[in-house]
Design a protein around this ligand. Structure first.
Ligand SMILES: Nc1nc2c(ncn2[C@@H]2O[C@H](COP(=O)(O)OP(=O)(O)O)[C@@H](O)[C@H]2O)c(=O)[nH]1
Ligand SMILES: [Mg+2]
Ligand SMILES: [Zn+2]
Length: 297
C-alpha cells in the first residue's frame, strides 16, 4: 500500500480486534487491523486506510511515548497508549485490595506514568479508615486527593489539565460516577462513537478515550479485579516500588532478589523501619510468582 493513501488518526475505543479511529476532522471510523494483529490500544496514533466515511483498516501505529499493559504468565493485555497519568481510584467502601493498588502503581511506575491516587466516597463514615490505610502512599511521595464523586468532582479537574489520564481501579470504587461527572454532556464524542459502533453492539467491556477539553483526555477502562504485572522482571519489579529505589544496587549480591539474601539493603532498610512490611511482602509475593517458572525449567 502506498503511504499516500494512509491517514493518521487516534484510537478512541478498542474492542476485541476492532478499533474506533478518530480523524483530525473528528470523524470516527470503525477499523479492523491487518492479519490477526490486535496489538493496538486506546490512545495509539495510527496510520490507517479510510475505506469510506465509516470504515477503515489500520496499517500500523506511530511510535508511543508510553504504553500501559497488564499481563499474566500466558498473555498480555494492552490497556492504553500515550497516557501521561494514571488515576488510581479507591473508595471508603467496599473495601479495596492494597495488593491490586501496588500492582497498578508498579505498572505505572514501570511505564513512566505519573500517578494520582483518588480516595472516593469521602462522604461515608468509613473514609478516615480508608484514608489511614493509604497514608503511607502519601508518605513515599504519591500524590493523592479525597473526593465524593456523588457530590462534587471539581477538586479533580485541575489534576487532569494537560494530561491524558487513565482511570483504573476495582469495580465499585466509583470510576463510572467520576467519568459521568466529568462528561456532563456525555457529548457529541460519545454519540459519534455510538454511531460508529451501530446500535448498542459491543458497547460494554471496552476501553474508551474521551476528550475533556482541547488538551486533556481521559481513558476509561473496564474494572480490573487483578492487575497482573508479569511483564516486569524481578529487577524491574523492585525498581517499580518507588521507595525501594534508594537502596537498589547497595545489596551484597549484585543480583539480589531481596527475599532472604544476607546483607540485603532492602532487608536492612526494612529492619530500620524505612520500608513498610506490607510493601516488602507485596514485592516478595510478586517476585516469588516470577521465580516459579524459572524453577520449573
Ligand atoms: N456514597 C457514595 N457513593 C458513591 C460515590 N461515588 C460512587 N458511589 C456509588 O458507588 C457505586 C459504584 O460506583 P460506580 O461508579 O459504578 O463504580 P465503578 O465500578 O468503579 O465504575 C454506585 O452505587 C455509586 O452510586 C460517592 O462519592 N459517595
Ligand atoms: Mg464502572
Ligand atoms: Zn537485596
Amino acid at each position: 500500500m502506498s503511504s499516500e493513501a494512509l491517514s493518521t488518526g487516534l484510537i478512541v475505543a478498542s474492542y476485541g480486534r476492532r478499533f474506533l479511529v478518530e480523524a483530525a476532522d473528528g470523524r470516527v471510523r470503525d477499523c479492523v487491523t491487518r492479519g490477526k494483529r490486535n496489538d493496538y490500544a486506546c490512545g495509539d496514533r495510527v496510520a490507517y486506510l479510510a475505506q469510506d466515511d465509516t470504515q477503515g483498516v489500520i496499517d500500523h501505529h506511530l511510535p508511543r511515548n508510553t504504553l500501559l499493559y497488564r499481563s499474566d504468565v500466558w498473555k498480555q493485555k494492552l490497556i492504553a497508549a500515550n497516557v501521561t497519568q494514571m488515576i488510581m481510584v479507591v473508595a471508603s467502601e467496599p473495601s479495596f485490595d492494597l495488593n491490586v493498588v501496588d500492582c497498578c502503581l508498579a505498572a505505572a511506575s514501570h511505564a513512566n506514568i505519573h500517578v494520582l491516587i483518588v480516595l472516593n466516597k469521602a462522604d461515608l463514615a468509613t473514609a478516615p479508615v480508608a484514608q489511614q490505610s493509604l497514608q503511607f502512599y502519601a508518605n513515599i511521595g504519591y500524590a493523592h486527593i479525597q473526593l465524593s464523586a456523588k457530590n462534587d468532582i471539581d477538586i479533580l479537574r485541575p489534576y487532569l489539565q494537560g494530561h491524558r489520564s487513565v482511570l483504573v481501579g476495582e469495580s465499585g470504587m466509583g470510576k463510572s460516577t467520576i467519568l459521568n461527572k466529568l462528561l456532563p454532556a456525555a457529548g457529541a464524542h460519545t454519540q459519534s462513537i455510538s454511531l460508529a459502533l451501530g446500535t448498542g453492539k459491543h458497547t460494554t467491556s471496552n476501553t474508551r478515550l474521551h476528550h475533556l477539553d482541547a488538551d486533556s483526555e481521559i481513558i476509561d477502562t473496564p474494572g480490573v479485579q487483578a492487575f497482573g504485572i508479569h511483564h516486569l522482571e524481578v529487577a524491574d519489579l523492585a525498581a517499580a516500588f518507588i521507595e525501594f529505589r534508594p537502596y537498589l544496587g547497595l545489596c551484597h549480591f549484585r543480583d539480589c532478589r531481596h527475599l532472604s539474601e544476607p546483607n540485603c539493603a532492602l532487608i536492612v532498610a526494612h529492619a530500620a523501619g524505612h520500608i513498610e512490611t506490607r510493601r516488602l511482602e507485596s514485592y516478595r509475593h510478586l517476585a516469588t510468582l516470577r521465580l516459579r517458572p524459572t524453577l520449573r525449567r
